[in-house]
Design a protein around this ligand. Structure first.
Ligand code: ZN
Length: 106
């Protein structure tokens, strides 16, 4: 007996999806790939995490993932950084401070 009444998210509804529309996700990736602080050149940029040996190092439009600096926070540009899939999966929703310590100790 499943009476789950959670509302279905309608894709493409402006502002209805946390991550934004496909177009805004694409725009965000292009933005991440063009930022100087991650050595972006518009085509690729550095993975901002670099927390696992499998880290890809550089990410491209095909491989970049928008990692939220504050987990569960907004996908606004102040709160996203480029990450490769391996690092993003390893980080999950842990705060960055966990990894700052881990990197310092390594
Ligand atoms: Zn990485």
């Amino acid at each position: 007996m499943n009476c789950d009444a959670s509302p279905a998210r309608k894709p493409g509804r402006p502002g209805g999806d946390h991550r934004g529309s496909a177009a805004s996700r694409r725009a965000r990736k292009h933005w991440l790939l063009s930022q100087e602080r991650w050595n972006g050149n518009g085509e690729s940029c550095d993975c901002a995490l670099g927390i696992v040996p499998e880290c890809a190092g550089r990410v491209t439009f095909q491989t970049v993932e928008a990692d939220r600096i504050v987990p569960g926070g907004s996908y606004g540009r102040h709160n996203v950084q480029p990450a490769c899939r391996a690092c993003n999966a390893a980080r999950s929703d842990k705060p960055m401070s966990v990894f700052a310590v881990a990197r310092a100790a390594a």
